[in-house]
Ligand binder design. Structure first.
Ligand code: PGA
Length: 249
């Protein structure tokens, strides 16, 4: 059972988690962090930026690995997760660019890019702390519900619902969202030594409950987190609204 922490609202959640990250960085300045994109972590990233600006956080020795990127989209594309991360986190803190790892969606050989990424994670010593969001369909990274899931970093076909929720990055049009992406796999994610998932808002209440209390199934990729020994779920009250049984860590 994951440990579940419920905070009153998104703002307090982001502040609490930012404080925990700052503490983790003091303990291990060369932390290897796995990072998500999406609406959920934006406040957290801005909060980290604010703490850096106040001299409270130093990320100069941190190495980061993002979960995923759209296929066919280069780092310069405004809809890319590269651009998202630059805007919301990396422009605000001091992670040296050479320590920032994001899959290159425009790589000429996507399979080779995925293999390179897996090796880079191993070479960095593995991920110490993986931050995760959850899709309303239960996806983590771009590991979408399916009959089978992939272990390693791989190429994926995105679900319509996922493309819809990313439309804002592509001029508001779902049709412009790439149909495929590259994503860390389930094993890549589950190998992280510690995982913190954040979920906020009422729309996440159903998937959060299924993830914690439902069966472990490829139809709900996040349910595999039940198998990990160090997972914390940080929820705001609306996202915790349907939890039938609360895990205790
Ligand atoms: P969201 O996305 O933060 O935009 O809700 C989460 C996810 O799809 O993993």
């Amino acid at each position: 059972m994951p440990k579940v922490t419920i905070l009153p609202d998104e703002k307090i959640l982001s502040r609490t988690l930012a404080a925990q990250l700052v503490a983790a960085l003091r303990e291990k300045p060369d932390l290897v962090l796995g990072l998500p994109t999406g609406r959920t972590p934006i406040r957290l990233y801005h909060e980290l930026g604010a703490r850096y600006a106040k001299g409270e956080a130093d990320l100069s020795r941190v190495t980061t690995f993002n979960l995923d990127e759209f296929l066919g989209v280069g780092p310069e594309h405004p809809g890319s997760y590269h651009a998202f991360m630059q805007e919301h986190l990396f422009a605000r803190v001091n992670v040296p660019p050479r320590q920032i790892n994001i899959l290159n969606g425009a790589a000429s050989d996507p399979a080779e890019e995925c293999a390179r990424y897996e090796s880079a994670i191993v070479a960095a010593g593995g991920i110490d702390l993986q931050l995760l969001g959850i899709g309303t369909n239960g996806h983590i990274g771009f590991n979408e519900p399916a009959r089978e899931l992939a272990g390693k970093t791989h190429r994926v076909v995105l679900k319509a619902s996922t493309r819809r929720s990313n439309a804002a990055l592509f001029g508001g049009s779902e049709a412009n969202v790439p149909r495929e992406a590259l994503s860390m796999g389930m094993a890549t994610i589950l190998r992280a030594r510690r995982i913190i998932m954040i979920a906020t808002g009422k729309s996440k209440a159903g998937c959060v409950n299924r993830m914690v209390n439902g069966p472990i199934t490829t139809r709900m990729p996040a349910s595999f987190l039940q198998l990990h020994r160090d997972v914390e779920l940080m929820l705001d009250e609306p996202a915790a609204g349907e939890l039938s049984v609360v895990g205790s860590g």
